[in-house]
Ligand binder design. Sequence first.
Ligand code: MG
Length: 255
Amino acid sequence: MEKVVFLDRDGTINEEVNYLHKREDLRILPAVTEGLRLLSEAGFLLILITNQAGIGRGYYSVRDCIELNDFLAAELQKGSAGLSAGYYCPHHPTHGIGEWKRACLCRKPEAGLFYQAEWDMLSEKLREDCLFGLSEREREEAERELLPDKGGGESGSLLQSGLRLPEALLSELKKRNETLSELRSWLSHCYMIGDKLIDMEAGHRFGVCGILLSTGYGAEEEKKAKPGDYDYFSKDMKEAAEWILKRERRDSLRS
Ligand SMILES: [Mg+2]
């Protein structure tokens, strides 16, 4: 599987504004396009993983979120820093309205969206292997949940989705990540970049290296961090990209 850099959105790629959902409020941070271009040129897929509780709180719709992400992807693409996919969590455990009020498995620091992204990249064989680990009832449920299209994005725009994996399948995939050497090796070459400790925690739960940026809430978050909460603290996206590329070169020399 292709190596992935998972990316938080607000405060990481774009300037943190409360509940961003309008194009005119989108400002891409300095050094982001350049950093993402370096990663893209080095063969990394770039995948958004974003908590969008503004949907659950009723401030904007799923459609608004998807359209804003499409616009962001188009802006980055102009600088040859194309995103491959975007995954969002619309819930909030206490402030969500109606169906959006949930202690879900997709809101970071949970790692559900990472597993969803992985599932969407997985080979047919590995998918079947995971499904084989389920009971008949769980498998039927999974097949119902997973059949609908990947949702949201119009054709030609960014592939976007929420968490569609049922819990049983998510556990199966987690088991494979811990035991299959090909998946363990894949994870060791994937990264999470974000501006909050919950981004780092989610990345670590999934099993990838976490890079905290000083942008957005990053500088404040770094002061709260305990040893091991993140793997590298970087001033901006370009420096983060250079650190990743250096680490990858060192790994390839070793093997
Ligand atoms: Mg953020």
